[in-house]
Write a protein that binds this ligand. Structure first.
Ligand code: F6R
Length: 260
């Protein structure tokens, strides 16, 4: 894991967006794994800016979202379908047929989940997966105790996650209890992963994920097993990392292009 500490959430968003742009410039038909929640919003805003300036084309891009709440129609203001449409898809030029978001209203979850996994394979796998992290250390909705080889499935949300996400709903009771989510095993198959976190509320989860043992109690810690994950954090989210100085040293001494 490479840890990249940025001064502010805005710096973090710009750095992560640059990484997405680099992938798309190298492979215009890349497959992107998308996350929702507050954390990646800045990255989406930066990508939209690059697109509006004519510097980034999404016309050959395919996307797969990590998760969706069960029981919310796609038109519900808090559904992840709405979130993605409002904050990203309506603002760039990804063809509608290339967009995949898990269904929160299917009548057959096992069949839908198997289909979702198969679609990812048919599209050649995910080139770059964007992730946030829950305060309980989850990635996607892989709550503590999720198998580290889990695949897309229905998952019961932890009380901590329901509390955290209640801020988006009128009442806590309105937060769905179930979600459909890519599994940890599904996520680990992405070729590149970027994990984003900002704010002091994420400091414990980031320290556990990056420097703690690999454990299903903190599903983000499974990323330690992934060959190419970069962790973008702002100062408060990095505040509990013991090896902080070393991570900064690595960035400072990053070898540039060899002399000609
Ligand atoms: C959302 C997702 C979740 C969030 C996490 C952090 O698609 O997969 O794992 O990334 O709950 O949410 P925020 O960014 O709102 O703190």
């Amino acid at each position: 894991m490479e840890v990249i500490v940025q001064k502010t959430p805005e710096d973090m968003a710009r750095a992560a967006a640059r990484e997405v742009a680099n992938v798309l410039n190298a492979k215009p038909n890349a497959v992107l794994g998308m996350a929702t929640g507050s954390t990646p919003l800045g990255v989406y805003q930066e990508l939209v800016k690059l697109h509006k300036r004519g510097e980034l084309d999404f016309s050959h891009v395919t996307t797969f979202n990590l998760d969706e709440y069960v029981g919310l129609p796609i038109t519900h203001p808090q559904s992840y379908h709405q979130f993605m449409h409002e904050n990203f898809f309506r603002l760039v030029n990804i063809p509608a047929q290339n967009i995949h978001i898990p269904s929160g209203t299917t009548t057959n979850y096992p069949a839908f989940c198997a289909w979702y996994e198969q679609r990812i394979r048919e599209c050649g796998g995910i080139d770059l997966q964007i992730l946030g992290i829950g305060s309980d250390g989850h990635i996607a909705f892989n709550e503590p105790g999720s198998s580290l080889s889990s695949r897309t499935r229905l998952k019961t949300l932890a009380k901590q996650t329901i509390d955290d996400n209640a801020r988006f709903f009128e009442r806590r009771e309105d937060v769905p209890i179930y979600a459909i989510t890519m599994g940890v095993g599904t996520i680990l198959e992405a070729r590149e992963i970027i994990l984003l976190a900002n704010g002091a509320k994420k400091a414990d989860a980031i320290a556990a994920a990056v420097e703690g043992p690999v454990t299903s109690m903190i599903t983000a810690s499974a990323l330690q097993m992934h060959p190419s994950t970069r962790v973008y954090v702002d100062e408060p989210a990095a505040s509990k990392l013991k090896m902080r100085e070393y991570y900064d040293w690595i960035q400072e001494k990053m070898p540039g292009a060899p002399p000609a």
